[in-house]
Design a protein around this ligand. Structure first.
Ligand SMILES: Nc1ncnc2c1ncn2[C@@H]1O[C@H](COP(=O)(O)OP(=O)(O)O)[C@@H](O)[C@H]1O
Ligand SMILES: [Mg+2]
Length: 162
């Protein structure tokens, strides 16, 4: 196989990669505070990507643009093949049910146990999850996946933040 053929195959493989998130030239200011000044990012299926930056650098603002909680001043944001800015409320809600994100603080309802916190969003998506009544197996599976099955009946205040 000659070099040209090698290159062709390599290009074909790159094209096969499925884009999950595409952000291009994203801009957002709050008054004179220019937080996002042309942010770009591409995330492909199967990739894990960490966005790092000091406190106040705009990570949360970027995530909020990604899920449509903040409207950017300009730029292109596409998630799972859908351009966020063009979606109406119903389509945005549908897309959000496929996205998981949480902030370190205020991620759980303080007055509910871990089990109740996990059951709460499941109630809304019962049809999609194929659940009729008992959400316990799904709750347990979710906790087991992250090694936290023992926290099922604890209150958020009893959990370590680490
Ligand atoms: N709703 C808002 N109104 C005004 N300023 C905001 C708002 N949200 C975030 N900011 C400002 O945007 C900047 C980036 O914040 P943020 O994205 O929360 O930073 P971090 O990288 O720590 O997540 C900060 O200066 C913050 O004060
Ligand atoms: Mg933040």
């Amino acid at each position: 196989m000659n070099t040209k053929e090698h290159i062709k195959i390599a290009e074909a493989k790159v094209e096969e990669k499925e884009v999950v998130i595409e952000i291009s030239d994203l801009r957002k200011s709050f008054g004179d505070n220019h937080v996002l000044n042309g942010f770009n990012m591409t995330l492909y299926k199967g990739e894990n990507l960490v966005v790092m930056g000091k406190s106040g650098s705009g990570k949360s603002v970027m995530i909020k643009c990604l899920v449509g909680l903040i409207t950017p001043d300009s730029g292109y944001v596409e998630v799972l093949g859908k351009e966020i800015n063009t979606l109406d409320q119903q389509h945005l809600d549908e897309l959000r049910s496929d996205i998981g994100f949480l902030f370190q603080g205020s991620a759980l309802y303080d007055s509910m146990t871990v089990r109740e916190n996990l059951e709460f969003p499941m109630r809304r998506h019962k049809e999609k999850l194929g659940v009729v009544n008992d959400t316990t197996p799904l709750v347990l599976e979710a906790l087991e996946n992250v090694g936290l099955a023992h926290t099922l009946d604890l209150m958020p205040a009893e959990l370590s933040g680490e």
